[in-house]
Design a protein around this ligand. Structure first.
Ligand SMILES: NC(=O)c1ccc[n+]([C@@H]2O[C@H](COP(=O)([O-])OP(=O)(O)OC[C@H]3O[C@@H](n4cnc5c(N)ncnc54)[C@H](OP(=O)(O)O)[C@@H]3O)[C@@H](O)[C@H]2O)c1
Length: 259
C-alpha cells in the first residue's frame, strides 16, 4: 500500500460505507472492517470497480474480544500502518431499559464503547508516528440522556467525552481526534433498533440527514482537525439549546421523541 491508509469499522453500510467512498475518491488505501461478510464484499467490489482500489477486507464481529487485537496484529504482520482510524461501527436498541435483552445491551456497550476504545488505544502509537487522525462516530444522542434508548445514548456520551479528552491530551502530538455527532441519518441503522412504529419513523424523517451529506461533513471536519462535528442546522440548534434548557425537560422531550 503506497498511499495513506484509512481503517474504517462498520464500513459495509451507512455512514461507514459512504466514508469509504469519500476516502477512496481522495486516493486513500482502505482497510474495511465489518461483521457482515456479504455486504463488506459487495462494498469492496463496488469500490474496486469505481476507483480501481482493492480494499483490504476484514470480516470481524467487534463485540467478540479479542477482535480489536486480532485486527491490529493482522495489519502489523502485513506491515500495514494506518494513518487514519475511523471508529464507525455502532448499534442501538429502542425500548425500555427493563425490556431490552441484557445480551443486546452488553453487545451495544462492547461495540460502541469497548471495541472503539481498544482500537483507539492500539493504533494510537502508530498514529502518533504518522501525525494521524481519528474519527470517533458519536451522535447527537451524546448531549443528553435518552429514555427508551438509554444504553445507546449513554455509550454515545462516552464516545464524545473520550474523544474530547483525547483531543486535548494529544494536542501537541500532531494526532487529531474528531467526534462526529449526527442527528438521525437515513441508513439501515434504524430498522435494526427493534422499533418500527410508523409515527416514530415519520417524525424522524422530518429532520433526517442524507448519509452522503453526513459523511462529507465528517470528512471535512476530520481533515480540518475539528474536535466535534455536528452536521446540519437542526443538529447545531439542538446542541445550542441544550445549554440553556433544564436538563430534566430535555430528558422528557427525548423520551417523547423516542416513544
Ligand atoms: N443512522 C443514524 O441515524 C445515526 C445517527 C447518529 C449516529 N449514528 C452512528 O453512526 C454509526 C454508523 O451507523 P449507521 O447509521 O451507518 O448504521 P448501519 O448502516 O447499521 O452501519 C453500521 C455497520 O456496522 C456494522 N456492525 C454492527 N455490529 C458490528 C459488529 N459487532 N462488528 C463489526 N461491525 C458491526 C453493521 O453490520 P450489520 O449490518 O451486520 O449490523 C453495519 O454494516 C454508528 O456508530 C451509529 O451509532 C447513526
Amino acid at each position: 500500500m503506497e498511499n495513506k491508509i484509512v481503517l474504517i469499522t462498520g464500513a459495509a453500510s451507512g455512514i461507514g460505507r459512504a466514508l469509504a467512498d469519500i476516502f477512496a475518491r481522495n486516493k486513500y488505501e482502505l482497510v474495511l472492517v465489518d461483521n457482515d461478510q456479504v455486504f463488506l464484499q459487495r462494498a469492496g467490489a463496488e469500490i474496486k470497480g469505481k476507483y480501481n482500489i482493492a480494499p483490504l477486507l476484514i470480516v470481524q464481529d467487534l463485540t467478540l474480544p479479542p477482535a480489536a487485537e486480532n485486527i491490529f496484529q493482522q495489519l502489523k504482520s502485513k506491515k500495514i500502518r494506518v494513518d487514519i482510524l475511523v471508529n464507525d461501527a455502532g448499534i442501538g436498541a429502542l425500548g425500555k431499559f427493563s425490556d431490552i435483552d441484557l445480551d443486546v445491551q452488553i453487545r451495544t456497550i462492547r461495540l460502541n464503547v469497548e471495541a472503539l476504545t481498544v482500537l483507539t488505544k492500539l493504533f494510537l502509537k502508530q498514529l502518533e508516528n504518522r501525525s494521524g487522525r481519528i474519527l470517533e462516530v458519536s451522535s447527537l444522542a451524546a448531549f443528553q440522556p435518552g429514555p427508551l434508548m438509554a444504553v445507546y445514548f449513554a455509550t454515545k456520551s462516552y464516545v464524545l467525552s473520550l474523544s474530547e479528552a483525547l483531543a486535548e491530551e494529544l494536542e501537541s502530538t500532531g494526532v487529531t481526534v474528531t467526534a462526529l455527532c449526527p442527528g438521525p441519518v437515513a441508513t439501515p441503522f434504524w430498522t435494526k433498533t427493534g422499533n418500527q412504529k410508523p409515527c416514530l419513523t415519520r417524525g424522524r424523517r422530518l429532520w433526517e440527514l442524507s448519509v452522503d451529506d453526513v459523511a462529507q461533513t465528517a470528512y471535512q471536519g476530520l481533515m480540518q482537525g475539528r474536535r466535534v462535528v455536528v452536521p446540519g442546522k437542526i443538529g447545531k440548534a439542538i446542541v445550542f439549546l441544550n445549554r440553556f434548557l433544564p436538563h430534566r425537560l430535555v430528558t422528557k422531550i427525548v423520551k417523547k421523541l423516542n416513544q
